[in-house]
Design a protein around this ligand. Structure first.
Ligand code: AMP
Ligand code: MG
Length: 317
């Protein structure tokens, strides 16, 4: 069911066609094998979370073929340009301000105004990104909670039948994830990885700010204050109360103004989630009520996000 593709022209052309059709393709990078999907497609990105069985919508790294594409997606100030010039292509991810008009799915950024972006060095990764001609969101190609894959066989062992294809480019050279440098604020090391922090410090010319929860939106408990709508959110709402905007899901919610998925499809619901929360917030005069979503598969990540949206807000000011 999962195609094993070679790195020759027809193999990469097939992989690019699958990506363009919203399918998932695992491919080698110099760090580990990535599980790629079109970063502009809500459905493709929702499927990444489904295939991995991720219980949470933590933000994904966007992979690009060249600087021109990177600059269309993120804002590069002179410092970011300098770092990119020194370390790209390579195992370094930069977190930068997102250009909202770039059309990156909000599932990729978890609704944040920043985006993690990387220009990989691996020749197969670059050839695939070039053939596809767009940004590819790609976490490591393993089921959630398992070890990152450094060979096509590892990918198949974990995800066979759950993804469209794997491009077999042999073993990965680096074998650890990319270093993540946050440049959306003061330069901050968000994750150690393939590029040593010392090399970044030498290039920046000053020390890095300490990591820490503020810089790590996927840290437990941290997401509550992120991308919560301004209006209060009520989950598990089987009907609408006066003054509320109701977001439906599945049977019995036909009367809802907005709907995650009238047919009860979890991939569709995940793809719509961030857009509908935003839209509900825009039209709400009272609160936002959200219909129950089954707590299985992608439903777990959806419910995690909804619980955080409904959590008590930190005091303003
Ligand atoms: P993975 O996809 O498993 O390689 O993990 C991606 C990493 O990038 C996670 O640790 C995220 O916290 C981090 N990341 C991605 N996007 C952002 C962002 N916009 N801001 C901060 N960290 C990010
Ligand atoms: Mg991983």
């Amino acid at each position: 069911m999962t195609e094993l593709l070679s790195t020759d022209r027809p193999g990469l052309a097939r992989a690019a066609t699958l990506l363009a059709g919203g399918e998932l393709v695992a491919f080698p990078t110099e760090t580990v094998y990535g599980l790629g999907g079109d970063a502009r497609s809500d459905r493709a990105v929702a499927r990444i979370f489904e295939a991995k069985g991720r219980p949470r919508f933590n933000p994904l790294i966007v992979h690009v073929a060249d600087m021109a594409t990177a600059r269309r997606i993120a804002v590069f100030d002179p410092l970011a340009e300098k770092i990119a010039d020194a370390f790209w292509p390579g195992p370094l991810t930069l977190v930068l301000p997102l250009r909202p008009e770039a059309g990156i799915s909000p599932l990729v950024t978890a609704g944040l105004p920043s985006v993690a972006i990387r220009l990989p060095e691996h020749s197969v990764a670059r050839a695939l990104l070039t053939a596809f001609g767009g940004p590819v969101a790609a976490p490591s190609a393993n089921p959630s909670g398992r070890v990152s894959p450094t060979r096509a066989a590892h990918v198949l062992a974990g995800l066979e039948g759950r993804i469209a294809a794997v491009v077999d480019g042999g073993p990965c050279a680096v074998g650890v994830e990319s270093t993540i440098l946050g440049l959306a604020g003061a330069p901050r090391l968000l994750r150690p990885g393939g590029i040593p922090a010392e090399a970044l410090v030498a290039c920046l010319g000053h020390p890095l700010a300490a990591g820490g929860d503020e810089a790590r939106p996927n840290a437990p408990g941290q997401l509550a204050s992120h991308y919560a709508p301004g209006a209060p959110v009520r989950v598990g709402a089987t009907e609408k109360r006066p003054g509320e905007v109701w977001i439906g899901f599945g049977k019995g919610t036909e009367a809802a103004e907005l709907n995650l998925s009238p047919s009860g499809d979890l991939v569709e619901a995940a793809a719509n989630l961030f857009h509908l929360l935003r839209e509900a917030d825009r039209i709400a005069t009272g609160g936002i009520a959200v219909a129950p979503v089954p707590d299985r598969g992608l439903g777990r990540a959806i419910n995690d996000r909804l619980r955080r949206a409904a959590a008590p807000r930190p005091a303003a000011g």
